[in-house]
Structure formats: C-alpha cells, structure tokens
Design a protein around this ligand. Structure first.
Ligand SMILES: *[C@@H]1O[C@H](CO)[C@@H](O)[C@H](O)[C@H]1NC(C)=O
Length: 251
C-alpha cells in the first residue's frame, strides 16, 4: 500500500513536467515498469510470508492440488495391496500425469510424507479405516506409500476377519473395516434395517484401534436395487425412507 502510494505520487510529479519530450516518455515507461515490479514483488513477498503461517494455525483443508514432478511416491504395480481396478500402471495406462499432484494448503506448507518417520511414530499402533470404497482407496494408498518407503521390511497380511496388513518391523497394523454408512444394517423379519442410532456391529471392532479414520457419504443418496437396506430406523421409529440429508446428519 505504501509503495503504491509513493509511486503514484512520483508518477504525477513526472506527468506535470513539460510534455512533448522523448525523455519524458521514457521516464513514464520506466515509472510504469517500476510500479509494476513493486506490485509483483509485494505480491510475491506477501505470498511467501502468508505461507509461512505455522501449521497449527493453518487451515490445511483450504488449498488446491499442485503439480509436483517428484510424484508419484510409489509405483502401484509394486504395491502388495492394491485392487486390480485401481492398478492403472500395471494394466497399461501409459500416462502418469494424473499421479503428479500433491495437496497444497493456501496458507502454509505441509511436510512431505515420510514413511519411515510415520512408521516410527506409529510403532505398536493399530490404524483402522472405516467407511466405503473411498476408505479402501485411502487404506491401500497408505499401505503402498509405506511399502515404498521400506520395501525390504517384513510385511504380512493378517488372516481371517477384516483386511489387515502388518508392518512387523515396526509393529504397525493397518486395517480396512467396510461400513458404507458407518451405522448398523441389521437383517430383521421385515427386511434389512439401517439403524441411525446404532454402531454395535462395528463399534466393538473399532475399539481395538488406536487410530480411526472414518468416512461415509457416497451411499446416502443411493436408491433402487443398489440400496443395501429396506427400512430406516431412528429411535423406535421405523420408516420406509426419510430425507437422506437429515438421515446423514443424524447418523
Ligand atoms: C506390538 O504392539 C502391541 C500393541 O498394539 C503390543 O501389545 C505388542 O506387545 C507389540 N509387540 C511387539 C513385538 O513389540
């Protein structure tokens, strides 16, 4: 603001001097260039200072996807846990452009993912993703990221029950618990009842985890044959259907 003001003053001083003079024109051009560089310098400076906000004061969710040539951080075709339909590289997709983006908060920089640091901090912990296929994507992505960071360490897939991979050298387990709506869907005499107030089914398993990552949304507006419930229950009231947004907010 200060720079803008002083340059405007400078500009008008020059403009009031005698006209019809080539040097005069040159001066004007120089002044205009100076004003522009002041603007852009200021903008760049503000931008930098702006970004230096400490992480704990920064809204990391406000941002954009930024191109990063150093990405991707793993080769999906080398990952032990990835569904075929997500493994584009293995099945011949030629471009990698879509893999080269990272999240950039507007007001700060977040540290680059460091798999060894992550595993070290999480030693002895159970991490569990709960939700729909978006959670599955996150779950597989995390396993691939970690595997790429420590490719020769001992990794095993737990048998039985929910899908789990264990990084033995760090004693870190990562689990996927599928629950499209998070809440229970129980088979009863009238049919499949989605219970907005109940997480008995998953709740007991979730308690075993040290870190829980929940996600749901996609299925709330699903209707027709793909809808995996017949009735919806809130408290003692069982209905054939209700406003889906209201149901989502109450669940
Ligand atoms: C692994 O972590 C669990 C807690 O999740 C703990 O009970 C167990 O003793 C640890 N095992 C080893 C070998 O450190």
């Amino acid at each position: 603001m200060h720079n803008f003001f002083s340059s405007t003053v400078l500009f008008s001083e020059i403009s009031t001097r005698k006209h019809n003079n080539n040097t005069m024109h040159l001066h004007l051009i120089v002044v205009i260039l100076v004003i522009f560089s002041w603007f852009s310098l200021n903008e760049a400076k503000n931008h930098l200072e702006h970004k230096k906000q400490p992480l704990n004061q920064c809204n990391i969710f406000k941002g954009h996807w930024a191109w990063d040539d150093s990405y991707p951080m793993y080769d999906s075709s080398k990952c032990p846990e990835i569904r075929h339909e997500f493994d584009c590289l293995k099945f011949g997709r030629p471009d990698e452009y879509y893999l080269k983006f990272r999240w950039q908060p507007d007001d700060c920089d977040i540290p680059r993912f460091d798999g060894v640091d992550f595993l070290t901090r999480m030693r002895g912990k159970k991490i569990m993703f709960v939700g729909d296929s978006l959670s599955l994507n996150n779950y597989q992505s995390l396993i691939c990221l970690l595997h790429a960071a420590v490719p020769s360490s001992n990794i095993i897939q737990a048998t039985g029950g929910v899908q789990t991979w264990i990084f033995l050298d760090y004693n870190v387990s990562i689990t996927m618990y599928s629950a499209l709506y998070l809440v229970d869907i129980d088979k009863e005499q009238i049919g499949r009842v989605m219970k907005l107030d109940s997480v008995n089914r998953g709740g007991n398993v979730w308690k075993e985890a040290d870190v829980l990552v929940f996600n749901t949304w996609l299925w709330w507006y699903t209707r027709g044959p793909k809808q995996p419930w017949d009735y919806i229950q809130e408290g003692n009231i069982i209905q054939k259907d209700m406003d889906r947004m209201v149901a989502f907010e109450r669940h």
